[in-house]
Design a protein around this ligand. Structure first.
Ligand code: SF4
Ligand code: SF4
Length: 379
C-alpha cells in the first residue's frame, strides 16, 4: 500500500447533540469519509449485551443518532444498523441501550444479523466458515462504529474486534473453542476483517471503559471521538491512547503481520487533528498483559484444541463467581463454550475449571456483575 492512512481525533466532551454534530463532522471530513450520496450504508455499533448507555458497554445511541442524521444529510439512500449479541433471541432489537429507538426515530433500518445469514470462508483459519449477515452483500458501504474499551481476552476491543458481532449468535462461542489462545483468536478475527472489509470506522471515546472490559469495567470520561478509513490504524491509535504498545496487542500484530494494515510502521499513520501520542492516558486501567504464547500455539491451536485448552488454562486468570451477587439467570451457562458451568439446586454457579478455556464470555454476559477475573482488574 502506498497512501498514508489517516486517523482523525478530536475532543468531544459530552454526548450533547451540539458537541457530537460538530465533532463528527470534523473527524469525518479530516479522515476523508467515503461519499455516501446515493448509497446504502450499514452501521455496525458495539452492542455486546444491550446494556444501559451509562455503563459504557455499548456505542452510545447519541453517537449513532448524530451519524445517521449526517449520512442522510449527505445523501445516503438508506442507513441500516445491525449486530448479533451472543445470547439474544432471533428477533432481538436493542432496547436497553437505546439503539433500537434511535433507529426507529431516525429512519434507519434495524437488522438482526443472526436472521438468515450466509456462510463465508474465513481466510487464515484452516477452513473455518462463519455465518455472516446477508445484508452485508446488499449495501454499498460498511462502517464499524466502535466503543473504546478494554477487553479481558484481547486487551482492547476496537473497530476490528467490533466486527465479531457480525457472526450470528452462539456461533461466536464455538469460535472461542476452536481458537482458544489470544493469538489464535486474533487470527480468526483478522480473517473476519479481511472478509467484511469495512470502508470506514468511527470510535466513541467520549466515555470509554477501563478496568475489566468489555462488560465489567468502569466508565471513564476520555472526551474523544476518532475516525479513519483504516480500522487497523484506528485501533493502533486507540492502543496508544490507552497506554499500550500497539504491537503488544495480538490483533494489531496479526493484522500487521498479514499485511492487512495500510501502514508498515506506526510513523506512517497521519493525524490531521490531534495525534494519539499527545493523548496517552498514563493512568488508564489496562488489562494486565500475560506473557505472549508462541506463534506455534497460534498456528496449530485449532488442530489441537483440547491440548491447547489445558495448556492455556495454566497461564490465564480464572473467572470467579460471586454467589451473593449471582441471580441465577443462566446466561453464562448458556454461552460457555467449554461447558464448564452449571447451576446447582440453589441456582448458583458451579464451575469446572478443568473445562474452562478462559474466553471470558461468561464475564461479558453477566447482568449482575457476579463474575470477576482472578488477580485483580488491570495494571
Ligand atoms: S467459564 Fe467463562 S471463561 Fe471459562 S470457558 Fe466458560 S465462558 Fe469461557
Ligand atoms: S450470568 Fe451472572 S448472574 Fe447469571 S447465572 Fe451467571 S454468574 Fe449468575
Amino acid at each position: 500500500m502506498t497512501h498514508r492512512p489517516t486517523v482523525a481525533i478530536t475532543r468531544c466532551s459530552t454526548y450533547s447533540e451540539t458537541d457530537l454534530d460538530k465533532s463528527l463532522k470534523e473527524i469525518c471530513e479530516a479522515a476523508s469519509m467515503p461519499d455516501v450520496a446515493g448509497k446504502k450504508v450499514l452501521l455496525k455499533p458495539n452492542i455486546l449485551s444491550d446494556s444501559a448507555p451509562e455503563k459504557a458497554i455499548t456505542t452510545r445511541p447519541e453517537v449513532l443518532r448524530s451519524l445517521i442524521r449526517m449520512l442522510y444529510a449527505k445523501g445516503a439512500t438508506q442507513v441500516l444498523v445491525g449486530d448479533s449479541p451472543g445470547i439474544h433471541s432471533p428477533n432481538f432489537v436493542p432496547k436497553t441501550s437505546g439503539i433500537g429507538q434511535v433507529c426507529s426515530e431516525e429512519g434507519a433500518q434495524w437488522c438482526e444479523f443472526a436472521k438468515d445469514p450466509k456462510m463465508h470462508h474465513i481466510p487464515g483459519t484452516y477452513g473455518l466458515k462463519l455465518p455472516l449477515p446477508k445484508v452485508m452483500d446488499t449495501v454499498d458501504l460498511i462502517f464499524s462504529v466502535a466503543k473504546m474499551k478494554t477487553h479481558q481476552l484481547m486487551y482492547a476491543t476496537g473497530s476490528v474486534k467490533n466486527l465479531f458481532g457480525m457472526v450470528a449468535g452462539l456461533h461466536k462461542s464455538s469460535c472461542h473453542m476452536l481458537y482458544p489462545t489470544r493469538e489464535s483468536f486474533a487470527r480468526m478475527l483478522a480473517g473476519l476483517y479481511a472478509v467484511v472489509k469495512p470502508h470506514f470506522a468511527i470510535m466513541d471515546a467520549v466515555v470509554s471503559m477501563e478496568g475489566p472490559g468489555p462488560a465489567g469495567g468502569s466508565p471513564r470520561h476520555t472526551g474523544l471521538l476518532l475516525a479513519s478509513s483504516d480500522c487497523t490504524a484506528l485501533d493502533a491509535a486507540q492502543a496508544i491512547i490507552m497506554g499500550y504498545d500497539p504491537f503488544s496487542l495480538p490483533l494489531v500484530k496479526e493484522l500487521y503481520d498479514r499485511r492487512l494494515t495500510q501502514w508498515r510502521s506506526l510513523e506512517e499513520i497521519s493525524y490531521p487533528l490531534l495525534a494519539a501520542s499527545e493523548l496517552v492516558l498514563s493512568d488508564f486501567k489496562r488489562i494486565k498483559q500475560q506473557e505472549r504464547t508462541s506463534l506455534f500455539n497460534s498456528l496449530i491451536g485449532p488442530l489441537f484444541t483440547r491440548y491447547f485448552k489445558f495448556r492455556h488454562q495454566r497461564h490465564e486468570p480464572k473467572p470467579l463467581f460471586d454467589p451473593e451477587k449471582c441471580i441465577g439467570c443462566g446466561r453464562c451457562v448458556k454461552i460457555c463454550p467449554g461447558k464448564a458451568l452449571a447451576l446447582d439446586t440453589k441456582q448458583k454457579i458451579v464451575a469446572d475449571y478443568s473445562a474452562c478455556i478462559r474466553c471470558y464470555c461468561c464475564h461479558e454476559v453477566c447482568p449482575a456483575d457476579a463474575i470477576t477475573i482472578e488477580h485483580g482488574m488491570g495494571e
